[in-house]
Design a protein around this ligand. Structure first.
Ligand code: ZN
Length: 130
């Protein structure tokens, strides 16, 4: 069950039936075993509801993170120059491989000089050179 409204509705419905059962116990209309069975059903539904809510929290956190990243891209665009992405006024480029990935990550590259005089950059995330 991945619908939170259905999960909560089922939980509330079971709670109502527990109250009904509890009132019948006082009248000796049902057995203790029947009541315990109902409690275990309620407990199972409660656990399923907790899983649904946990999943929703995780999805919400992922969406908030993506939203922050998209806002950052929108408000602070990068410039393509010398086969790398640069932020206006920044001396360190961003990795083009990471930035062009579906997640649009912005990873600063690290200066790397395999030969004297030729400065290239490497990405600490994807390990590519540029
Ligand atoms: Zn990278």
């Amino acid at each position: 069950m991945d619908n939170p409204i259905a999960a909560v509705t089922a939980l509330v419905s079971l709670a109502h039936s527990l109250f009904d059962f509890a009132s019948k116990i006082k009248k000796d209309d049902i057995s203790k075993d029947e009541f315990l069975l109902k409690v275990s059903e309620w407990n199972k539904q409660l656990l399923e509801t907790q899983l649904v809510i946990t999943d929703l929290i995780n999805k919400n956190m992922a969406l908030e993170q993506e939203n922050r990243r998209l806002k950052e891209h929108e408000s602070d665009p990068l410039i393509w120059r010398n086969a790398k992405y640069w932020k206006d006024g920044d001396d360190v480029p961003f990795c083009p491989v990471c930035y062009e990935s579906p997640e649009r990550y912005r990873h600063h590259m690290t200066p790397y000089s395999p030969t004297a005089g030729a400065i290239t950059y490497t990405c600490g995330h994807c390990k590519r050179y540029s």
